[in-house]
Every structure is written in structure tokens, then in C-alpha cells.
Ligand binder design. Structure first.
Ligand code: PXP
Length: 243
């Protein structure tokens, strides 16, 4: 079964907008878990614009909650990761000015540094994933640095139409096949909503989809429990992607 990781950063965004103690990030994580999500994801950004260190600690202490920590290669964030030891950590690129993660991690150009971080996190008991573009050189580099898992960036696919969408989908399909041949777990995420999900479900070898913004947006209308369940129901259409 295709798994769903719910990114709950934007629950914290609402809290930080007003500096209120609500909405409660842990309560949101519990709703996602109880609605059937495989786990939750939070991105501890260097500027702490939504998720804070304390959120990671509180989520980690929650029994039965699978936690995926998205993080840039930043020493203070690594310290939190090694202290809290989430189930997974997904290394992402980060720029202060961006509204959301804009591209994949350039593993190829930063192989030594990424390799060191993969080792440090793995030695600390954290399963590491690398968020990359569907580029064969990046997939190869991810395998070379010893990451057990990649997350393919679906942002371009999710915002494209027509021939451009088909081209991007072919890149994703081929990257997923290559990763599977190399023994990597394949996750995917960014920009996914129920309207563009059908295209994402064409990607083979998918283990987990990480979805945030569209679920939190839909929750405004139907509640978080309903939004998670609706996404899980839609994901049941996964038949293993293109043969
Ligand atoms: N995966 C990664 C690596 C991300 O950086 C993000 C955005 O934080 C997501 C998934 C979720 O993307 P979205 O909020 O567009 O669903």
C-alpha cells in the first residue's frame, strides 16, 4: 500500500502568524495518525519560520507517531536531529528567501558533505532520505553516498500541463526505475493535491508520498481528519505506476 506522510508545517505557520499557542502541532499530528497517515513530516528550517525545536521534541515523544524530519545541511539542525533521533530525516536544500523548498538537493556537486551527513545521521540511528530532482546523475550520487532512500521532487510535474507534464513524468518514471534498480526506497513529494494526484500515481516503485500544503488547505473546509482520509482514499488508486 502506498503510504502517506503528512507535512504539518503549515499548522505551525498559522500559529506563528499570530504568535498564539494554537493551533497545536501535536494535536494535528495525532489527527493525521488517527486518520490513517503513515507518519508526519516537519521541516525545521534554519530561520524557524514555522516548526520550532520544541515541536520536534514534543512530536518525537508521542508514542506511535512516525516522524520524518526535513532538514537542510545546517549544524544546529543536525544537533536537534541527533538529539531527537526521528525515524527518518530528509535532507533538502534551503534558501532563506524561498516560500517553500524550490529545487532538489544537488548531491552530485556536494557529494563529500552530503555523504558525511548521511553517515552521521545513520550512525545516530536515523534513516536518511535525499530530496532530489528526477535526474539520473543525482540518483546515482544518492546511491553512492549511501542513502537508503530518495524523495523525488514532484513540484514541476504538479504545476505543468500537456507535453511539459508528460516530459517531466517520463523523467520521474525513469528516475524511480533507476533508484529501484539501485536498491533505493522511492518516496515522492511537493505540490501534490487531489487534482494532480493521478499523474503522480503513474510513477512506479513508490513507497511514500509526502504531502502538506494541499491537505492543510483542504482541512479549512472539511477538517484535517477529513482531508487526510480523502487523500488516503484517492491514493488507493495506485496500481504500481507505469509498467
Ligand atoms: N517533500 C519535501 C522534501 C518538501 O520540502 C515539501 C515542502 O515542505 C513537501 C514534501 C510537501 O510539499 P507540499 O507542501 O507542496 O505538499
Amino acid at each position: 500500500m502506498l503510504k502517506l506522510g503528512v507535512n504539518i508545517d503549515h499548522v505551525a505557520t498559522l500559529r506563528e502568524l499570530r504568535g498564539t499557542p494554537y493551533p497545536d502541532v501535536l494535536a494535528a499530528a495525532r489527527v493525521c495518525r488517527d486518520a490513517g497517515a503513515h507518519g508526519v513530516t516537519v521541516h525545521l528550517r534554519e530561520d524557524r519560520r514555522h516548526i520550532r525545536d520544541a515541536d520536534v521534541r514534543v512530536l518525537r515523544a508521542e508514542p506511535g507517531l512516525r516522524l520524518n524530519l526535513e532538514m537542510a545541511i545546517a549544524p544546529d539542525v543536525l544537533a536537534v536531529a541527533l538529539e531527537t533521533c526521528p525515524d527518518e530525516a530528509c535532507l533538502v536544500p534551503e534558501r532563506r528567501q524561498e516560500r517553500t523548498t524550490e529545487g532538489g538537493l544537488d548531491v552530485l556537486a556536494n557529494e563529500a558533505a552530503v555523504g558525511t551527513w548521511v553517515r552521521r545521521l545513520s550512525d545516530g540511528g536515523v534513516r536518511v532520505s535525499l530530496f532530489i530532482e528526477p535526474d539520473p546523475r543525482q540518483v546515482e550520487a544518492a546511491a553512492r553516498v549511501g542513502a537508503p532512500c530518495i524523495e523525488l521532487h514532484t513540484g514541476t510535474l504538479c504545476t505543468s500541463t500537456g507535453a511539459a507534464a508528460e516530459r517531466e513524468l517520463e523523467r520521474l518514471v525513469s528516475a524511480a526505475r533507476q533508484a529501484a534498480r539501485l536498491g533505493l526506497q522511492v518516496n515522492a513529494g511537493h505540490g501534490i493535491n487531489r487534482g494532480n494526484l493521478a499523474a503522480v500515481l503513474e510513477i512506479p516503485h513508490l513507497d511514500t508520498l509526502n504531502i502538506g500544503h494541499s491537505i492543510v488547505c483542504e482541512a479549512v473546509f472539511i477538517g484535517l481528519d477529513g482531508a487526510v482520509r480523502a487523500m488516503l482514499t484517492a491514493m488507493q488508486a495506485y496500481r504500481g505506476g507505469r509498467p
